[in-house]
Design a binder for this molecule. Structure first.
Ligand code: UT7
Length: 324
């Protein structure tokens, strides 16, 4: 028996940061950002709003849509690289705020692949007898963004998406998941300071070591190749062909990456889910945010074959095939 996505939910903060706003902050232009990334605006948290606040809203909406009570959840997996604090896990804060009293809870750290990694772990638990697992991707990327670095600050946004996983049927639900990592390329995208290697200090702050550093151009090329590979792997593993896919939901990193990947896969543009124009790159939140939008807008219907593919820091890459 497969696990199935019983409900979805998402939440983005209200504050909108447009490309015009960024023009006033760094040497950039709306034209450059739209042409090179496809992003027009992104959402940012208000001061005092943290990862658990976004996760809570998304989780409550997912529980409502799944018609599952928080007290019935067995496990909470929160994919994030921007938790409220480094200790305890943000999943524990969420467990308390949801009133999910019997749920075990932990964070999953796999950057932009975090949601697909967490989905894969949840799937394994449901298949082996667990009843309900709450899987969330929630990020406050604005907290680790250097707002004076035009190479990165135009890309990221804040948000959260969630799903409730429970028992499906033999021919629907999560058909397979595929996870990969290559730590040799860990410095392609990283936050060098603020952890145990370079603990928080005045120097770390002054040298902007507690913010995302990214080799954008090199990452771009690997992202296209890895997401294509992961997508092909999911299709092959299930004996289907790319033409059978009803909706492709890739990690929303850059419009040019999404178009290049779907072109290489031979997928028509109308099968590609895009919402990064509104939200930018929200890391682990990006796929569940797009998934919830696709469900809400009825782009996903019962029986549809939905392909998820992600890529991000680690480096990590991953995919999942879901029969709705
Ligand atoms: O989710 C994690 C995965 N991350 C990604 O997938 C990110 C992948 N990479 C990208 O999306 C792209 O590489 C970027 C959007 C980050 C950059 O686009 P690019 O086409 O690769 O640009 P580039 O880095 O090669 O830079 C081209 C030029 C440079 O100027 P020169 O050296 O040619 O004079 C940059 O300094 O564009 C300049 N540039 C900018 N100009 C205006 C870089 N950022 C900006 C900016 N506004 N914001």
């Amino acid at each position: 028996m497969n696990s199935a996505i019983l409900g979805t939910g998402s939440y983005v903060p209200e504050h909108v940061l447009t490309n015009a706003d960024l023009e006033r902050m760094v040497e950039t232009s709306d034209t450059w950002i739209v042409e090179r990334t496809g992003i027009r605006e992104r959402r940012l948290v208000e001061s005092g709003q943290a990862c658990s606040d976004l996760a809570l809203e998304a989780a409550q909406r997912a529980l409502l849509s799944a018609n599952v009570k928080a007290s019935d959840i067995d496990l909470i997996l929160l994919a994030t690289c921007t938790g409220d604090t480094s200790l305890p896990s943000t999943a524990c804060l969420l467990q308390h705020r949801l009133g999910a009293t019997k749920a075990a809870a932990c964070d999953i750290s796999a950057a932009c692949c975090g949601f697909v990694y967490a989905l894969s772990i949840a799937d394994a638990y449901v298949k082996t007898g667990m009843r309900y697992v709450l899987v969330i991707g929630a990020e406050v990327m604005s907290a680790i963004t250097n707002w004076t670095d035009r190479n990165t600050c135009v890309l990221f946004g804040d948000g959260a998406g969630a799903v409730v996983l429970g028992l499906g049927s033999p021919d629907s639900g999560v058909l397979s998941t595929h996870l990969h990592a290559n730590g040799r390329l860990s410095e392609m995208i990283h936050v060098p300071g603020g952890g145990s290697k370079e603990p928080a200090s005045r120097e770390v702050l002054d040298n902007k070591r507690c913010y995302i550093h990214m080799k954008g151009n090199e990452t771009f090329k690997i992202a296209v190749k890895s997401m294509e590979e992961a997508a092909q792997e999911a299709v092959k593993a299930n004996g289907v062909i790319m033409g059978d896919i009803d909706l492709f939901i890739p990690h929303q990193a850059n419009m040019r990456i999404l178009k290049a990947v779907s072109q290489r896969l031979g997928l028509a543009q109308e099968k590609l889910m895009i919402n990064l124009d509104k939200f930018g790159n929200t890391s682990a939140a990006s796929i569940p945010l797009a998934l919830d939008e696709a469900v809400q807008s009825k782009r996903i219907q019962k029986g549809h074959l939905v392909l998820l593919a992600a890529f991000g820091a680690g480096l990590t890459w991953a995919s999942a095939l879901v029969r709705w």
